[in-house]
Ligand binder design. Structure first.
Ligand SMILES: [Fe+2]
Length: 305
């Protein structure tokens, strides 16, 4: 697949105008220079800590529902991530693109383990859960690269955001009647640590797979307030005191004061797996060891007495 190495330096003159034009033209842009290196390092320190240990017995750590990836609630990484996502210039850019105020859609740290399988197909979001005409942009996805990223990077089919949806609502690229034509425009979006990819979610996209290189990103997205009736896709956890630096407009843009379209517990990252054999086995192991440990402590205390 061809690579896409183009980026927009947010410290350059008139970058917002160029970003808007390119986003309209290609459906995807890469912004460079949004965050200071020191803050990115702080975010990565927390990410490294989270990805080292699983969340077990109430400990802070990653969630792993399958063998392909580790995940974690993005805002729980701390204030630096909250401030990054609520960046005023990025909000302004996406508001201009969507011609409306916006609301945060979802928010997640994702560590693809690079186990050489293809588990996530190229797809597009057809807006079936939002109101209004689908041939108008309704949302933008965003991906923060937490390290220099090439193999396994996010891929996007340039200009595919302009393909009509109302007549052909197919969301999976492999089933789309124009798949060969669309595939020719697929580009691997290479980037550096700290680069922010923004894309029109109507265009075909997904990570390069299968690969054996792990990849860590923060994934999120914003959608039009009007077309979502000011409702996020799901409940998004945050530490309230981490909102300290945000003004009212930023708070509203990340969903404060808004609603949700689906219940917190129904989000794919936490949807119950309690009926699976794997869950039953692990749960049994944890509860049995916990009981065994309590019995050991009781016995030890009795002997002491
Ligand atoms: Fe997607």
């Amino acid at each position: 697949m061809e690579s896409f190495n183009k980026y927009i330096d947010v410290n350059s003159k008139n970058w917002l105008e160029s970003a808007l034009l390119d986003l309209k033209k290609d459906g995807v842009i890469v912004l460079r220079g949004i965050e200071r290196k020191a803050n990115l390092e702080k975010i990565n320190e927390k990410v490294d800590y989270i990805l080292k240990n699983p969340s077990v017995l109430g400990s802070i750590g990653y969630f792993q529902k399958d063998h392909n990836k580790k995940i974690y609630d993005g805002f729980l990484l701390g204030k630096e991530v909250v401030d990054f996502v609520a960046n005023k210039s990025v909000i302004k850019l996406i508001e201009s693109y969507l011609e409306d105020e916006i609301i945060l859609n979802e928010m997640m740290l994702k560590n693809d383990l690079g186990n050489g399988t293809q588990y996530f197909p190229y797809h597009r979001h057809t807006g079936r859960d939002v109101e209004g005409p689908k041939d108008k942009a309704f949302g933008c996805g965003a991906i923060l690269y937490l390290h220099d990223t090439e193999i396994g990077a996010f891929c996007y089919a340039l200009k595919s955001h302009t393909l009509e949806i109302e007549e052909n609502p197919e969301s999976n690229l492999s089933r789309h009647e124009k798949k060969e034509e669309i595939k020719k425009n697929l580009r691997r979006i290479n980037g550096n640590m700290g680069d922010l990819v923004i894309f029109d979610e109507r265009g075909f996209h997904g990570p390069e797979q299968p690969v054996k290189t792990p990849r860590t990103v923060i994934l999120y997205g914003f959608q039009s307030k009007l077309l979502t009736s000011n409702k996020s896709r799901t409940g998004i956890p945050v530490v309230i005191s981490d909102l300290v630096n945000l003004d009212l407009h930023q708070l509203n843009s990340i969903g404060v004061g808004g609603g949700t379209r689906s219940e917190y517990e129904n989000y794919h990252a936490r949807k119950s797996v309690i009926h699976s054999k794997k869950y039953k086995l692990l749960s049994c192991l944890i509860t049995s060891s916990s009981r065994l440990y309590s019995s050991y402590i009781k016995l030890k205390n009795k002997i002491k007495l």
